[in-house]
Design a protein around this ligand. Structure first.
Ligand SMILES: Cc1cc2nc3c(=O)[nH]c(=O)nc-3n(C[C@H](O)[C@H](O)[C@H](O)COP(=O)(O)OP(=O)(O)OC[C@H]3O[C@@H](n4cnc5c(N)ncnc54)[C@H](O)[C@@H]3O)c2cc1C
Ligand code: SF4
Length: 408
């Protein structure tokens, strides 16, 4: 069971099949796929390189535009971005852009290619708070511009939800480790196990650095009051973290009820099934046509044998029995489970920072949050709460910081 969790679930291209997929690309002028990538990864350019077997050029295009290119190849909801705009959809189906990107970045890793180079120092120093994709990407973008960067992360390892949330079968830890190493090689100084607000203060960092970037994400799982204090209940992010920390070696109950239906819920459901849960039932507020989960994640959970009931809200809890009422029709549902997992979203855990957050965010759309203070990732006003959204925000924030404080 553990092996299913630790092996990459989606098969990749081979040296033979990659050529066939790249050959399907129409090499569009003014390519819609490239316009649709928030981080500017430029699929049209790297697929053109792949067509001419120029894998080095393809890797350079990806890496120069997206410092988390190998991660995004695996976790990006391409159907919402590059693949949605793909012209090939009008003929048969979109090009598998994510899988091509994965093949190229795997080759980059296997051949030990070094695309990113250290920049000449500009004498400026930035502190980044939080080592998830937002913090890592903004650190890399500032390093590329000559800034010295120190990052403060409260966990023992860098990566944020890429490390402790996204399951191993979708993002192997070794892929993440290599992405982080590339940023460390640019000169990033990382202080792990340091919680800002407890071990050091934001004002203290502002005193020592020319700019401070907040990238603390939404690290706490949300609770509904009716479930609080119930020992049969845990949050999705707590469960996924336990599974990932233990490499899948955790006790899995036979019958599990998952409340919620976004991508995180589908990750919980599929993880449970891959690790051997007999019955996994997701009860979801949205109806199937309004589902928040990506089609890929939903299909994966269904293939794994998860039962899904849509359109229900929980109305009562008695120990490990939960009663739900349908939002639109006169129907009730009761479910008794060995374990109940709440997958209803995440919120900011900002204790001790001394900053005011409104609706899980801080700062304005320009990504400024105060004097010398900038913000990226899930806790920013940026509407894209995804990894590629965090990379895009990091590129914007680094450009703004450099323009305002880079001393040019
Ligand atoms: C289970 C799960 C699956 C997901 N799957 C996908 C997916 O497939 N595709 C996708 O695009 N997005 C996915 N997401 C969303 C994606 O992970 C987030 O959008 C992204 O991680 C946001 O990056 P971030 O850097 O803002 O925050 P985070 O990844 O949350 O990182 C924040 C970091 O800050 C640290 N931190 C917090 N407070 C402090 C402090 N006071 N001092 C020091 N450090 C601190 C935290 O420990 C953490 O490491 C998923 C999210 C979850 C939970
Ligand atoms: S939109 Fe599709 S077909 Fe056109 S260049 Fe991009 S991947 Fe190729």
């Amino acid at each position: 069971m553990k092996d299913k969790y630790t092996s990459e679930l989606e098969p990749g291209f081979t040296p033979v099949t990659i050529g066939g997929e790249a050959a399907r690309c129409l090499l569009c002028h003014d390519a819609p796929c490239s316009k649709a990538c928030p981080a500017g990864t430029d699929p049209a350019k790297f697929i053109r390189s792949v067509r001419f077997r120029n894998f080095k050029g393809a890797a350079e295009t990806i890496r120069e535009n997206n410092v988390l290119g190998a991660v995004c190849a695996r976790v990006c909801p391409q159907e919402k971005y590059c693949q949605m705009g793909c012209s090939r959809s009008g003929i048969d189906r979109p090009i598998e852009i994510g899988l091509i990107q994965r093949y190229v970045t795997d080759m980059e890793a296997a051949l030990g290619m070094k695309v990113l180079e250290k920049a000449a120092p500009n004498g400026k120093k930035a502190a980044v708070i939080g080592g998830g994709p937002g913090g890592l990407a903004v650190a890399a973008e500032l390093l590329k511009r000559g800034w010295a960067v120190e990052l403060f992360e409260k966990d023992a390892k860098l990566g944020g939800y890429l490390r402790y949330g996204v399951p191993e079968y979708r993002l192997p830890s070794k892929v993440l480790d290599l992405e982080i190493q590339r940023i460390l090689d640019l000169g990033l100084v990382a202080h792990t196990g340091v919680e800002v607000g407890k071990d050091v203060t934001v004002d203290g960092l502002k005193g020592q650095f020319d700019a401070v970037v907040l990238a603390i994400g939404l690290s706490a799982g949300k609770w509904l009051p009716m479930f609080e204090g119930n020992p049969a209940v845990e949050t999705a992010v707590s469960f996924l973290r336990r599974a990932k920390d233990a490499g899948g070696e955790i006790d899995i109950p036979a019958n599990v009820l998952v409340v919620g239906g976004g991508d995180v819920s589908m990750d919980v459901c599929t993880t449970l099934k891959l690790l051997g849960a007999k019955n996994v039932t997701a009860v979801v507020y949205e109806e199937l046509c309004e589902f928040k989960a990506s089609r890929k994640e939903l299909a994966g959970a269904r293939e794994a044998g998860v039962s899904i009931h849509d359109g229900y809200v929980p109305t009562a809890v008695d120990g490990n029995k939960v009663t739900f009422r349908h939002r639109k029709i006169d129907a009730e549902l009761s479910y008794t489970a060995d374990r109940i997992i709440l997958a209803i979203g995440q919120e900011v855990a900002a204790g001790g920072l001394g900053l005011a957050f409104g609706r899980n965010r801080i700062g304005d759309e320009s990504l400024k949050a105060g004097d010398k203070l900038y913000v990226v990732g899930d806790v920013s006003a940026d509407p894209e709460k995804t990894v590629v959204g965090a990379v895009a925000g990091a590129k914007r924030a680094a450009a703004l910081i450099d323009e305002e404080l880079g001393g040019k």
